[in-house]
Structure formats: structure tokens, C-alpha cells
Design a binder for this molecule. Structure first.
Ligand code: HPA
Ligand SMILES: [Zn+2]
Length: 327
């Protein structure tokens, strides 16, 4: 497990809920689960594509009900990540999935913030990115943003996730414009299963500062040139891409090509409770299976700091830590 100092920029907090916690919260909140044991739940984690994962991801999050649940979820993720070298995380959350079950915005956002505050003494910091579900309507996204307005002190930006194909970024142009007016930063999932054209739309219409995944950009040489020129960060998630079928095996992942093209690549876990590893484990896996060198790992860690929304002072301090890493 690699403890190089780093930032994590692509992690869904609901995707950090380990099967044990699913069962614990189900018991505490009296939610009935269609599985008889943790082992049985874990045995269902055989995915063929993004949708097959999303089905179980949304089903499991039904156990998340209270402020305490969200606090414990964030704290547990950050504690494990800190053990794997994470100094800062920018964490996605999916409020629409919780609002639909009658959970209000306040316990979600304030609970996650309390979890972040709880682990501050371990030196790890975090910010929250509110993601819109792209398979819901643009109107629902706009309503969600309105509900979040009283909590903007806790939220650094907006993102776009869930089922990609058939739900292009263009659907959310107005919502992202409103988010920018509110002072929020912008990122979006694009080019995970969807075409390179969605990456272009995310850049041109949503004006995102980072592209989440972006692996399909390699199908479009003109786009690759642009991403290189503009040094737009891509938050790549190697173990996730394999588990959701973009590559048959990690040894076939195009991370080395993305790096050879001179792109601003970062390594992230996406949904670590489902995809077989937290971010340190993703670093270890690409070293082992893709021949990524120690100096390239240092580059990837430095990229994660540069691509974060941290201020310049903290960035400099963390980059010095990356430089000094001898592990
Ligand atoms: O990998 C993902 N892609 C899109 N939506 C998601 N929501 C959680 N994880 C993902
Ligand atoms: Zn994701």
C-alpha cells in the first residue's frame, strides 16, 4: 500500500460505505436488506458496466438516514484515506438520491461536514462537491441547487455523475451557469462510458475545471491536444475502470498513454468500497500492473495537489511533502 502524500479528487462518499457499515446502519435504522450477510452482499459486487454498479450503489445507500450516519461515513473514509497518504480530499455526494427517500439537505451536508471536522486533528482536510444525477431532469438538478443554497459554506463546487450515456453535459448548461454565479467550482464526469464529445461539452458548456474519468478522450486526437495544451486535470480511477468493464485487466489500462501524451492525470478511487481499493491501493496497483515508476508516482501525486481546489500556500506545502517522499 502506497503512502505517498497526495490529494484525492474523485471519490463518491456513498461509494465508501463498506458492506459492514451497510449492515450496521440497516440494523440501527431498521431498514430491511435483501441479503442475509456481509459475505452475500459482497458476492454481488460483480459488475459488467456502470449501470450494474449503480443499481446496487443506490440500493445500498437506502440505509443512510441521519446526520450521524453521514458523519460516521465521512469520518471512516477520511481515516482510512489518511492511512493511505491522503492529505486532502474533494468528496462527491449525491443529495438527490437521499432527498428522494425523504432525507433533508441539512443532515446530509452538515453530517458530512461534521465527519470532516472530526478527523481534522489527523491533518487531513476535505471539501464537498455536490453532484447532480445526470439521469434525472435538469429541473430536478436546479431544485437541488436551490435547496443547497443555505449550505454553500460547506460546499466548494458542483459535479455531474450517474448513468452517462444518453445524458450529455449539454442537458445541465443552465444549472452549471447558476452554480458558477453562486461562486461554486465545477467538475463533471465525462468520457467514462460516454463519447469524447461529452468531454468537449463538459469543457465548453459546463466550463468545468477538471474532467472526472475522461479516459475516452483518447479516441479524439484533437481533444487530446487541447487537454494537453490547457493542462485540464483528468481524475482517472484505474480499479474502477477495470471493475466496470472499460478494460479487461489493469495491465490494459491506458493510464501510461494518457501520461505519455503529456496530460494532467491524477489517480483516484471512485467508489473504494465497491472497486477493491482506496486511493493508495490504486497507486500500488498501477505500479504493479502498469509499470508506473516511482518518479511517475511522484508526478501523479504532485498532479493531484496541483489539480485540487486548495489555496496556493497549502499546495506549496503539500508539493514539498511529495518532493520529500522517499518511501
Ligand atoms: O463511477 C461513477 N460514474 C458515474 N456515476 C457514479 N456514481 C458513483 N460512482 C460513479
Ligand atoms: Zn465517479
Amino acid at each position: 500500500m502506497l503512502d505517498i502524500p497526495k490529494a484525492e479528487l474523485h471519490v463518491h462518499i456513498e461509494g465508501t460505505m463498506e458492506p459492514e457499515m451497510v449492515f450496521e446502519l440497516a440494523r440501527r435504522n431498521e431498514v430491511e436488506l435483501p441479503y442475509s450477510s456481509v459475505a452475500e452482499l459482497r458476492s454481488r459486487y460483480e459488475f459488467t458496466d456502470l449501470q450494474s454498479f449503480l443499481d446496487i450503489y443506490y440500493a445500498n445507500m437506502a440505509v443512510l438516514r441521519t446526520r450521524r450516519d453521514f458523519r460516521e461515513l465521512a469520518a471512516a473514509y477520511l481515516r482510512e484515506s489518511a492511512r493511505q497518504g491522503v492529505r486532502h480530499a474533494e468528496i462527491f455526494f449525491d443529495p438527490q438520491a437521499h432527498l428522494a427517500r425523504g432525507v433533508e439537505m441539512a443532515p446530509i451536508v452538515e453530517g458530512l461536514s461534521e465527519g470532516i471536522a472530526e478527523v481534522a486533528d489527523s491533518g487531513v482536510t476535505a471539501e464537498l462537491i455536490l453532484c447532480f444525477l445526470r439521469d434525472e431532469s435538469a429541473g430536478s438538478a436546479m431544485d437541488t441547487l436551490r435547496l443547497a443554497e443555505p449550505f454553500l459554506d460547506h460546499i466548494i463546487g458542483v459535479g455531474l455523475d450517474s448513468a452517462e450515456v444518453g445524458h450529455p453535459p449539454s442537458k445541465f448548461t443552465d444549472v452549471f451557469e447558476r452554480a458558477r454565479e453562486l461562486g461554486l467550482r465545477a467538475v463533471a464526469h465525462a468520457g467514462e462510458e460516454g463519447p469524447a464529445e461529452y468531454v468537449r461539452e463538459a469543457l465548453d458548456l459546463l466550463r468545468v475545471e477538471r474532467v472526472d474519468h475522461g479516459i475516452r478522450a483518447l479516441y479524439d486526437p484533437g481533444l487530446v491536444d487541447r487537454l494537453r495544451r490547457e493542462q485540464t486535470p483528468l481524475t482517472v480511477c484505474p480499479l474502477s475502470n477495470v471493475r466496470l468493464g472499460s478494460f479487461d485487466h489493469l495491465s490494459q489500462h491506458t493510464l501510461p498513454r494518457l501520461m505519455a501524451e503529456g496530460l494532467m492525470v491524477t489517480i483516484n478511487s471512485d467508489d473504494p468500497a465497491y472497486f477493491g481499493g482506496y486511493v493508495g491501493e490504486n497507486f500500488s496497483a498501477v505500479r504493479e500492473h502498469l509499470g508506473i515508476t516511482r518518479e511517475q508516482l511522484r508526478q501523479l501525486a504532485a498532479n493531484s495537489v496541483r489539480a485540487s481546489f486548495l489555496g496556493s500556500e497549502r499546495k506549496s506545502a503539500l508539493l514539498a511533502e511529495v518532493d520529500a517522499w522517499t518511501g
